[in-house]
Design a protein around this ligand. Structure first.
Ligand code: ATP
Ligand code: MG
Ligand code: FE
Length: 363
């Protein structure tokens, strides 16, 4: 069972081919990715119309590259998966349109995959795949959630952010420091030269007794600190000049302290989720899962408690086609994938705001 997967929900065009034959974990046969980060950088964030147009330009050459890596013709593909949502409507329509057109031309089934299910299952492509059940910490640019995962399609929300996502907190803090977009990786690099205890940033909801998160206050705290260091009035505007008034050491201290606050909350809440479920395995997924400090602290806490912790490979933490093809493969193996053209999954449609709950099977 060869499944070709397309990801185009935001600013990465990803295409991948997996072999989901039998019951072994699906195997990656080819994988290609184009990131639009450079194109959007000039605007300080993703420009949806530019994103859609670039997906159109990239998707077919990437598909050729994937089939070449696998040494197979397109006609060998048995099913086509695409990210149906959540994401930018125009960007999603490119992947969905190409996938469904290709499926129709080949006479093969097409299947809309939930982007977060892709992230969530991406550690299954690593050399050390997890076993069910586990607690999942999903930390991406748009989401921060703790879930109990009992199997493919069996996801129970334990807690989530009530405002900004962890990735957003990284990106917004980085922007205030003049580190460009998306600033998460740059902020974490700069933090290596700073002191994590230089400034005491808030850890909201740390003792709330539930598993929810809140990161909106961190941005304000970072902004206030940056203004203080730049000798600006607290009520003054947040301008790009603020960061320019700071020395490198000051910026590094702000970066290290902000990162420490975000990571501290993520680690403590993950351990609280483990304690409340009684499970012994933690799975981390999403772009922020690439963060070195987060991995270091989670590894230490899990070792102390004799827990197993699993991550996606570094290059599969952020958006990619492999996780979409994989999620389709795992769903197929679990009997959850439509296998004929006439089934409802075979439709040219997208769902920019698609709740994960709607792809769950009853517990
Ligand atoms: P979603 O999946 O919720 O729709 P997304 O697809 O934009 O959002 P991802 O691609 O999973 O999110 O992750 C991107 C985010 O990960 C960005 O916010 C980025 O700054 C952050 N990120 C990537 N690498 C690191 C890192 N090393 N440290 C901290 N943050 C990081
Ligand atoms: Mg991205
Ligand atoms: Fe994503």
């Amino acid at each position: 069972m060869l499944i070709l997967g397309f990801e185009s929900s935001c600013d990465e065009t990803g295409v991948a081919l997996v072999d989901a034959s039998g019951s072994a974990t699906p195997r990656l046969l080819g994988h290609a990715l184009h990131s639009q980060i450079e194109m959007h950088q000039a605007y300080g964030g993703v420009v949806p119309e530019l994103a859609s147009r670039d997906h159109i330009r990239r998707v077919l050459p990437l598909t050729d590259s994937v089939m070449q890596q696998a040494g197979l013709p397109l006609s060998a593909v048995d099913a086509i998966a695409y990210t149906r949502g959540p994401g930018l409507a125009g960007a999603l329509l490119v992947g969905s349109g190409v996938a469904c057109a290709m499926a129709m031309a080949l006479g093969k089934p097409a299947m809309g995959v939930h982007h977060l299910e892709g992230h969530l299952l991406s550690p299954f492509l690593s050399a050390d795949p997890p076993e069910f059940p586990f607690v999942a910490l999903l930390v991406s640019g748009g989401h921060t959630q703790l879930m109990r995962v009992d199997g493919v399609g069996r996801y129970q929300m334990l807690g989530e952010t009530i405002d900004d996502a962890a990735g957003e907190a990284f990106d917004k803090s980085a922007k205030l420091l003049g580190l460009g977009y998306p600033g998460g990786p740059a902020l974490s690099r700069l933090a290596q030269q700073g002191s994590p205890t230089a400034f005491k940033f808030p850890r909201p909801l740390l003792h709330s007794g539930d598993l929810d998160f809140s990161f909106a206050g961190l941005k304000t705290a970072v902004l206030t600190q940056v203004k203080r260091l730049a000798n600006e009035r607290p009520e003054g505007p947040a301008t790009p000049q603020l960061a320019a008034a700071l020395g490198l050491a000051q910026k590094a201290d702000v970066a290290a302290s902000a990162q420490a606050a975000i990571v501290d909350v993520l680690v403590k809440k993950s351990m609280a989720a483990i304690a409340s479920t009684g499970l012994t395995r933690l799975v981390v997924a999403g772009g922020v899962g690439a963060n070195a400090l987060l991995r270091e602290q989670l590894n230490a806490e899990c070792e102390r408690r004799s827990l197993r912790v699993h991550y996606p490979e570094l290059h599969l933490c952020t958006d990619n086609g492999a996780m979409i093809a994989l999620a389709a493969g795992l769903r197929y193996q679990a009997g959850l994938m439509p296998t004929t053209l006439s089934e409802p999954g075979y439709r040219f449609d997208v769902s920019p705001r698609w709740p994960l709950a709607s792809v769950c099977i009853a517990a």
